[in-house]
Design a protein around this ligand. Sequence first.
Ligand SMILES: CC(=O)SCCNC(=O)CCNC(=O)[C@H](O)C(C)(C)COP(=O)(O)OP(=O)(O)OC[C@H]1O[C@@H](n2cnc3c(N)ncnc32)[C@H](O)[C@@H]1OP(=O)(O)O
Length: 495
Amino acid sequence: MASDDAWSTPSNDALLLSLVSPSPTGVKTVGHSFHPKFTYPIFGDSEEIFGYQDLEINLRYNASDMRPNLSITYSKKFPAVGETEATDVDGILREFLPDIAFQKKKDFETGIKSPRQDWTPPGKLATTFSSHGNTFEVWKGNLADLAVKQVVKRIQILVPLFIEGGSAIDVDDPDADRWTVFFLYQKKEASSDSTSNPYVFAGYCTVYRFFHFRLPTPPLSPSESDVEKATLAQDFDLSELPCRSRISQFIVLPPFQGKGLGSRLYSHIFEQYINHAPTVEITVEDPNEAFDDLRDVADLHYLRQLPEFQALRINTAVAIPKAGAAPNNIVDRAACEAVRVKAKMAPRQFARVLEMHLMSTLPEPVRPGISPEEKAAPKSATAEQEHEYRLWRLMLKKRIYKHNKDALGELEIPERIAKLEETVSSVEFDYARLLIRAEEQLKDRAEEQLKNGGEEQKKIGAATAAANGSAANGKRKAAEDGDEPVSKKARVEDE
Ligand SMILES: CC(=O)SCCNC(=O)CCNC(=O)[C@H](O)C(C)(C)COP(=O)(O)OP(=O)(O)OC[C@H]1O[C@@H](n2cnc3c(N)ncnc32)[C@H](O)[C@@H]1OP(=O)(O)O
């Protein structure tokens, strides 16, 4: 009998996903097939499937309505010996896929040929944009809509497969209407053959609406209290109440990744909630590093278009005390808060993007960059420039200290100071990296716009102007405190 190894297959390799569409001769794959990033939520921590040789698990999706079809093939199956038997792949996947996925291959292929050619994604068309010569559409719908629910049920397996720690949402929740779903589709030119639909699924995002509880500022005056009671006594639409809109699951399928589509989808969703009056804050559930990057850059572009954000400056008249608490007025706090509320950003996210932007406005000789050469040969800066940089760094240090007060408090003072300095330098590096990305993204988009022409040019122009002469120089400033270049790990302060 062959060893256990011979009967074991890494589940990430065995599972292959593809988008397909009907063709005159049968079914064709759209783009390239792809493997999942994670399978441990499905097949266990070891991500191994026992009991097969040459195991292939093909999960094919009809590219438009995402009707799934599962086929499992292998050359040999381990004959059960006592309690040791081959993993029940079909049985395990039934917990993650709707029944329709288990149809016979032939029925699936016949089935996807029959849908109407005028099929459109569920919900309503929210926006159209072009990217690298292709047309994309975002469709927006509510999970209470059966057509939206059907597609979500079909694609939910993508969450454990691509988002670490992600879990599917309960589509049968009586509060399903609190979920809004944004579908990203590529729209191909209508083909000469009448068999395939022009829509190809590229990704999706779910957004949950939380009620935004605001504690009344005590004491409520009798008149305010009466008004509140009267309001609550009436019939009112729950969807009109102030809410916090939280981006929960965000996926761009691998064949569409790294092309700027995630950023476009995020920016569109952000804009939707900026214009959605009941939303007071737009938040993100457990973002990972890739999503954080995408969001930081997109939020920076958005804020730089607001004149009141551009007007925020480091107040260089502020003196730095030799000892005691760091000053509170390095940037006008009331003005910051007004922009934050307008931009509906959570305080920490807003603070980060503001710090990043202000770093980009520092005079060139003191502006942190990412290149070690600059560290070896620092440019000479004037005393005023050094002062401005120290103020900026103090502001950053203060926020990071507050954010990590408990963890830092456990360290001895010299260690605490060293840890804080290290974290601040790491964040500086990260901001410099993101500012370069932001600049590159603007350039790419401007080129794209030049090719296509169009309205968006104006927005890009405004953001470019705000960034002009102030962007990161791609070099790392010599650290005053002699820090070594830190790792690229971004969120030290989040630990
Ligand atoms: C709330 C949440 O759901 S968090 C989980 C997010 N989802 C996932 O991780 C699922 C798998 N991954 C994906 O779906 C996609 O790769 C996404 C959503 C993370 C990014 O979408 P994409 O369309 O690939 O991003 P896009 O091409 O717009 O890139 C924008 C920026 O995101 C950042 N980014 C994208 N992918 C990565 C990555 N793998 N690692 C680090 N940064 C990344 C970069 O800053 C990039 O800018 P650049 O290409 O100019 O340097």
